[in-house]
Design a protein around this ligand. Sequence first.
Ligand SMILES: Nc1ncnc2c1ncn2[C@@H]1O[C@H](COP(=O)(O)OP(=O)(O)O)[C@@H](O)[C@H]1O
Ligand SMILES: [Mg+2]
Length: 210
Amino acid sequence: MRTVVASLKGGSGKSTVTFNLAVWLAMAGVRVRAFDLDPQATFSDVIEVRQDERTKPVLKLEGGIDDLRGATPGEGEEVLVDVGTADMDALNAAITLADRILIPVQPSQADIWSVQRFLRMVAKQRDEMPEVLAFINRADTHHAVRESDEAAAALVTLPGLRLLRPRLRQRTAFRRSFSEGQAVFELEPRGKAARELLALAAATYAHILT
Ligand SMILES: Nc1ncnc2c1ncn2[C@@H]1O[C@H](COP(=O)(O)OP(=O)(O)O)[C@@H](O)[C@H]1O
Ligand SMILES: [Mg+2]
């Protein structure tokens, strides 16, 4: 399956979740075909750190849009794409090729509006809508703060979108994941970030677990 991690918002967590899911898939024995179509190249940078540190399993990146066009995932393979708005041609191409789109959403009104705009963009470009999944990223760790619940409540009302219930909270482990080139469940296997990421991976890739 071709999963495109995308959003109109920068800093929503696309590269963080793409990288962590890529490591998780590799550990699950899946052949990961990873693409970084964002000129900011954060996903490429973190993979480079991982390669420099010789951390196993090894992740490798494939090329650009043309390679993605030819990348039909076979049995035991998953295509994972990180793309933002810095290259709109790449974003449009990825939307066209996606079997499904995964959107990280920060719990704010601006982010909800941006998801609505993104859904309209996808609908305009596709005759048939791909599956569009969203999840809350950087949820507040204080239970008194209801912003994440309110954002989740708004997301479930959006037609054409399926909200994945597992949330990633605002945690330093996700930032360390970048600097060390390791997934949060490699850095702190028993940590809260690991638990959240694994729940998200299970919800996103239920089809490879059964
Ligand atoms: N759940 C989280 N908790 C803490 N920091 C996060 C979280 N998700 C992302 N970040 C940090 O936010 C910044 C932007 O994330 P990134 O994945 O690069 O977003 P995008 O790829 O959408 O631009 C990075 O510094 C990243 O480490
Ligand atoms: Mg990014």
